[in-house]
Design a protein around this ligand. Structure first.
Ligand code: PA5
Length: 446
C-alpha cells in the first residue's frame, strides 16, 4: 500500500507562508472534530469506524457474501447516493472497469435504483433472465423513492422466480429501527444489516452499505478496514505542514478564498471514475451549503484532456486540480513494429505506465503554467487497503475543510427540495396543498 500527498507543484500558488497563516484556523477545526463539539457532532461515527465497528456483523457480512457468491450469478445492489457510490467505487477501484465482463468466480454486480429511468431498469431485468439472482437493497432512511421503486420491481421478479423462497435471495441494509425497509425486512424475514445512526450516507462506505457488495465482489474487506485504520492512525497527529490531510484542507480553503470556485478531482486511471463520483458526493453534499463551497468536479486523463482539456488550460481561471496519479508498473509494454508505419517505434519496448506518467507530468506542468494549481496524490497500487486509506483521508479532510469554511459538513438539508416537489407532482398522500401551488406556478410558466 502506498499513498503520498504532495504540494510540490503548488508552491507558486500556495506558499508555506500562506499555509502557516491559515494553520490556526485549521487546527481549531481539527480540535472541534476531536472534541466532538462542532455542528453535526451526532454524525461522527465514521471517525472511529475503522477500528470500532460491530465485529459480529462484520463476520455476518463475510458469511452472507460467501453464500451470495455460491448461490447467484447476478447480484443486484439497489441504492442511491451514499447508499451505492462507495461500493461501486471500491469494486471498480480494485477490480477495474470490466469486473462484470472479465472471467471470474464471483457474480456479476449491477447497481440499480440510482435513477428513475425505465429503460435502465428494463435492461437490468433482462440481464437477470435465466440466471440466479440475489438482491441487496440499501437505504438508511428506508424511504427513498428511487431505491424503493426499484426494490418493488425486483421483489416482484424474485417472487416470480423463487416463490416463497424469494426472501432467501434478499439482503436489506438499513436503519436498526426506523423506516419502511426495516419494517419489511423484519416482517418478511430478510437477512438484514444495520447502518449506524451516527454515520451519514456519504460517510457509510465502510459500514455494511459498502462492505457487503464489496465482499461479494471477492475483495478483502479486512484489508480495506486495515487501510482505513492505517489512515486514521497516520492522519491523527501533526500540523498543516506535516499532516497531508490538514494540508489538503488548508490548500482548499486558501484557494477558495483567493477566488477558485471549482475543484477537479482527476485521475489518470479510469478505474477511479467511480471513486471520483463518490468523492463528488462527499465534498459536494458536505460543503455546498449556506451559499458557500467549492464545486466538486472530476475528470479522467488523458480521456478528458481531449474534451475538457481546452477549458482547463485556457478557459475561465476558476479551478484547481487534485490529481490522483496511479503509477503502477505492470509490465504491459508497447510492441515493436518492423515497418514503423505509424512512426511510434520511439515508444517500442516502453511500458504503457511510462507513457502515462509522462502524460501526467506534462499535464501538471501545462496546467500549472495555465494558472491551474495542482496538488497530487500518488498511488503505487490499487489494493483494497489503498481504497480504505483514500476513503478515510478524504472523509477527514472534508470534515476539517468544512468546519474551516464555517458550515456543518454532516447535514444535507438541500437534498429535500426536489423530493418535496416530486412527491407533490406525483400526488403522494399528504402533499395536496404543495401540488396545487406547484401546478399553478408551472401553468403560469406556460
Ligand atoms: O448522503 C446522503 O444522505 C444522501 O445522498 C443519501 O445517501 C441518499 O439520498 C440515499 O439515502 P437513503 O440511504 O436514506 O436511501
Amino acid at each position: 500500500m502506498a499513498f503520498t500527498f504532495t504540494d510540490k507543484y503548488l508552491k507558486s500558488f500556495v506558499s508555506d507562508e500562506k499555509l502557516k497563516a491559515i494553520e490556526p484556523e485549521i487546527m481549531r477545526s481539527v480540535a472541534t472534530l476531536e472534541n466532538r463539539n462542532g455542528a453535526g457532532n451526532d454524525f461522527l461515527g465514521w471517525v472511529d469506524l475503522p477500528v470500532d465497528y460491530d465485529k459480529e456483523e462484520f463476520d455476518r457480512i463475510k458469511d452472507a457474501a460467501q453464500r451470495i457468491r455460491k448461490s447467484c450469478d447476478v447480484f443486484i445492489v439497489i441504492g442511491i447516493g451514499g447508499s451505492y457510490l462507495g461500493a461501486r467505487a471500491a469494486i471498480e477501484f480494485v477490480k477495474g472497469n470490466y469486473y462484470n465482463s472479465l472471467p471470474k468466480k464471483t457474480p456479476d454486480i449491477y447497481f440499480v435504483g440510482n435513477d428513475i429511468s425505465s429503460s435502465h431498469l428494463s435492461e437490468m431485468i433482462s440481464l437477470c433472465d435465466g440466471r440466479d439472482v440475489c438482491v441487496n437493497v440499501i437505504s438508511k432512511s428506508g424511504t427513498t423513492t428511487e431505491p424503493a421503486v426499484a426494490f418493488r420491481v425486483f421483489r416482484d421478479l424474485l417472487i416470480k422466480k423463487y416463490g416463497d423462497k424469494a426472501s432467501e435471495h434478499i439482503f436489506a441494509t438499513t436503519d436498526k429501527a426506523r423506516g419502511a425497509l426495516r419494517a419489511q425486512a423484519d416482517s418478511l424475514g430478510y437477512e438484514s444489516f444495520v447502518i449506524p445512526d451516527d454515520v451519514g450516507g456519504r460517510y457509510s462506505v465502510l459500514t455494511a452499505v459498502g462492505l457487503l457488495p464489496i465482499a461479494v465482489a471477492g475483495i478483502d474487506i479486512d484489508e480495506m478496514m486495515a487501510g482505513a485504520a492505517k489512515a486514521r492512525a497516520e492522519l491523527a497527529a501533526g500540523d498543516v505542514m506535516t499532516n497531508p490531510c490538514y494540508k489538503y484542507a488548508a490548500i482548499r480553503n486558501i484557494l477558495y478564498r483567493e477566488g477558485k470556485s471549482v475543484e477537479i478531482l482527476v485521475s489518470n486511471d479510469p478505474a477511479l471514475t467511480l471513486t471520483c463520483e463518490w468523492w463528488k458526493q462527499l465534498f459536494g453534499e458536505s460543503e455546498g451549503k449556506d451559499g458557500k463551497g467549492l464545486y466538486p468536479s472530476s475528470a479522467i486523463y488523458s480521456t478528458d484532456l481531449h474534451s475538457m482539456g481546452q477549458f482547463i488550460q485556457q478557459g475561465e481561471r476558476v479551478m484547481f486540480e487534485t490529481v490522483i496519479d496511479v503509477n503502477i508498473n505492470d509490465g504491459f509494454t508497447i510492441p515493436y513494429d518492423e515497418g514503423n508505419s505509424d512512426g511510434l517505434n520511439f515508444l517500442a519496448g516502453k511500458e504503457m505506465n511510462f507513457v502515462n506518467q509522462k502524460a501526467f507530468m506534462g499535464t501538471v506542468m501545462a496546467h500549472t503554467d495555465g494558472n491551474v494549481p495542482n496538488c497530487v496524490i500518488d498511488l503505487t497500487s490499487r489494493s483494497a487497503g489503498d481504497f480504505g486509506y483514500l476513503v478515510y483521508f478524504f472523509e477527514k479532510a472534508v470534515a476539517v475543510s468544512g468546519y474551516t469554511l464555517g458550515i456543518n459538513p454532516f447535514d444535507q438539508p438541500g437534498v429535500e427540495a426536489y423530493k418535496k416537489n416530486m412527491f407533490a407532482l406525483l400526488d403522494k398522500p399528504g402533499y395536496s396543498e404543495q401540488k396545487k401551488e406547484l401546478e399553478a406556478r408551472i401553468n403560469a410558466i406556460g
